[in-house]
Design a protein around this ligand. Structure first.
Ligand SMILES: CC(C)(COP(=O)(O)OP(=O)(O)OC[C@H]1O[C@@H](n2cnc3c(N)ncnc32)[C@H](O)[C@@H]1OP(=O)(O)O)[C@@H](O)C(=O)NCCC(=O)NCCS
Length: 198
């Protein structure tokens, strides 16, 4: 198993690894059929066993504060994808990918890394174990048809009837949202500082 930069020929194996990795997480239905390409400079790493991709990490870098990441005062790197094939978990693969990415991100001038993750406790534990700190959160809400959609949205197009909705909730009445909808994910931002404290 080696950690190396992503190559175009990895794409199919990369996609399979990502789908399998997320199947038992709160992102189970977030499926990609093509790997993303980034507008800004990016660090795209894979853990490969022969031609099989068993782990992956994509980070897109700010060219100036706020161009990709949320902190408007520091340049960061946004972790868009981090996944390890389920048959290869707890072997330190994610940690190796992160260590390599941190070296590269620092060399490219990033001051911190930012990641957003849903409410899988074990994934949060991974971030905590790697030194990330929770700094922010909001709700992602999936609303599927019937009663839950009633009084929420209205179509302006005749005979076009919404049957599902995906929404972000950044308000403070979290208890109301939790009581009204069945599938609500608390989505948490984790930051990892890359600069030494002064
Ligand atoms: C989260 C994930 C990337 C971790 O990958 P991994 O290669 O298994 O993690 P590592 O082996 O590097 O784990 C390092 C440490 O993190 C912690 N950790 C990892 N998995 C954990 C789990 N399931 N429960 C608790 N702690 C965990 C442990 O401290 C672990 O060290 P240890 O095994 O010596 O105890 C992987 O489980 C995964 O792909 N999850 C699904 C996709 C996902 O949610 N990605 C996050 C993007 S939002």
């Amino acid at each position: 198993m080696i950690i190396r930069p992503y190559e175009e020929t990895d794409e199919q194996s990369w996609l399979r690894c990502r789908v399998l990795a997320f199947l038992d997480t709160a992102y189970y239905d977030n499926v990609l059929r093509e790997k993303e390409r980034y507008e800004h400079p990016a660090i795209e790493l894979v853990a490969a066993e022969g031609e099989k991709i068993v782990g992956l990490l994509d980070i897109e870098l700010d060219t100036e504060p706020g161009s990709v990441c949320s902190n408007g005062e520091k340049t960061g790197g946004m972790i868009w994808h981090l996944a390890v094939h389920p048959d290869y978990r707890r072997q330190g693969i994610a940690r190796m990918l992160l260590n390599e990415a941190v070296q590269r991100a620092k060399a490219l001038g990033a001051e911190y890394l930012e990641a957003w993750t849903r409410d899988d406790e074990w994934v949060r534990e991974w971030y905590a174990s790697a030194g990330f700190q929770p700094v922010d959160s909001y709700f992602q809400v999936h609303i599927d048809g019937g009663e839950e959609l009633k009084d929420i949205v209205e179509s302006r197009v005749p005979l076009l009837r919404p049957v599902s909705l995906f929404a972000h909730y950044t308000g403070s009445d979290k208890a109301y949202i939790l009581s009204k909808f069945t599938r609500v994910h608390e989505t948490v931002r984790y930051d990892l500082e890359l600069t030494e404290p002064q």
